[in-house]
Ligand binder design. Structure first.
Ligand code: TPP
Ligand code: MG
Length: 337
């Protein structure tokens, strides 16, 4: 069975052996948090309350959560234009994220970054960038720093399938291997780069093979199955921390909404309705939820409590963001007209 076909099957209950119930519920909760946050943001974009372009992470939650579950505060994460999920999974504060999205002074970048440049260095999130592939070399630089200081950390670069068409991606793989740096390259293959299917722009259909060309241990993983992501990430992060060099992971996933904004892109010729429905029907969070309910790790009361808590937390964060001030005009000193 291919990785894609397996996305329509229940998660194998044997695969959670060795993962504590607390960890499983915590990952479920974080995936749900990202899902709900993105849903709220999408609705605020549609109502034009939020003006910054938002590239929603809906559908891709398992990748950020499964990887970041193993990271410590002083491990680094570098993200892209689609960064909300990475930020939250790395432990980012929801109020600061929401305020940033509203362009407020209380945002994690003091209102200067907006949705596409989410950063919080104190949390090990030095930067995100809308320049496709732009943060991959930054992660390699962070890996070099870790290596020179002999610190027990890793740098993770999250990037999309589209970024594998950038020259800097190849330079980064080469340098990371050459210097044996603790860098985890996580390519989130959601099959689309803006409005193009990967088959129209990428000569290599199995992206992990690019990592192999650089003699980097490279894997494909079902990014729509949190347990598989979590299990592989554990192994790769441990390997990198032992000084064994970089690792490349191609995680198959699917973005539910269009490239930017809350639309589903069903009124265009970009992708078939049936395709989108298939991924939504086989929802990555629902499949985990079914497993946790079936194994009695979660029950319907606890599930309801989690939903209630998350909705309250998100509404508070939105209120905080709306009531926060815009940056002072003096802050405009680095902005040129
Ligand atoms: C260097 C560069 N080229 C082109 C763009 C325009 N652009 C923005 S996002 C994007 C597609 C990115 O696709 P992918 O890397 O697969 O990420 P996804 O949006 O699927 O998460 C492109 C081409 C850009 N921002 N930067
Ligand atoms: Mg993509």
């Amino acid at each position: 069975m291919s990785i894609i076909e397996s996305c329509s099957k229940p998660i194998n209950k044997d695969s959670i052996k060795g993962i504590s119930p607390k960890q499983l519920v915590s990952m479920y909760e974080m995936m749900l948090k990202i899902r709900l946050v993105e849903d709220y943001i999408g609705r605020m974009v549609a109502r034009r309350e939020v003006k910054t372009p938002c590239h929603l992470y809906l559908g891709q939650e398992a990748v950020a959560v499964g990887v970041c579950a193993h990271l410590k505060k002083d491990d680094f994460v570098f993200s892209t234009h689609r960064s909300h999920g990475h930020y939250l999974a790395k432990g980012g504060d929801l109020k600061s994220l929401m305020a940033e999205i509203f362009g407020k002074a209380t945002g994690c970048c003091r209102g200067r970054g907006g949705s596409m440049h989410i950063a919080q260095p104190s949390l090990g999130l030095p930067g995100s960038s809308a320049i496709v592939g732009g943060t991959i070399p930054l992660a390699v630089g962070a890996g070099l720093g870790i290596s020179l200081k002999s610190r027990p950390n890793v740098a993770v670069a999250f990037f999309g399938d589209g970024a594998t068409n950038e020259g800097i991606f190849y330079e980064s793989l080469n340098f990371a291997r050459l210097k044996n740096l603790p860098v985890i390259f996580i390519c989130e293959n959601n099959f689309y780069s803006t409005h193009m299917h990967i088959s129209k722009i990428q000569a290599v259909s199995q992206l992990y093979k690019i990592g192999e060309l650089f003699d980097i241990p490279s894997f494909q993983v079902n990014g729509y199955n949190i347990i598989e992501v979590y299990t592989l990430a554990k192994k790769t992060i441990e390997t990198a921390k032992k000084g064994k060099g970089p690792v490349f992971v191609e995680a198959f996933t699917y973005r539910w909404r269009g490239h930017v904004g809350p639309n589903w892109d069903l009124d265009t010729n970009i992708r078939a309705k049936e395709e989108v429905y298939w991924w939504v029907k086989n929802c990555t969070i629902k499949r985990l939820e079914r497993l946790l309910l079936g194994e009695k790790i979660l029950n319907s009361k606890k599930r309801k409590d989690i939903f209630r808590k998350l909705h309250a937390e998100i509404r508070q964060a939105i209120k905080f963001a709306k009531e926060s001030p815009y940056p002072d005009k003096k802050e405009l000193k680095d902005v040129y007209a």
